[in-house]
Design a protein around this ligand. Sequence first.
Ligand code: FES
Length: 63
Amino acid sequence: MFKFVVQKLLEMGVKPEQIYLSMNRRMSCGIGKCGRCNIGPFYLCKDGPDMNYAKIMGYPDVF
Ligand code: FES
């Protein structure tokens, strides 16, 4: 769902810096130990879970 909503927002002219994704569904331990929540160098449990799309858009496992 995120993928399609983000695509539509970008088509509508919304800048990536203005899009925030709530990624808490990917978390498991919640304390930075299991590695299940990482996107690139970011750990969603420590750096998020709400992430600015501009920060994570280059990583393949965002959606
Ligand atoms: S939820 Fe385990 S490292 Fe983030």
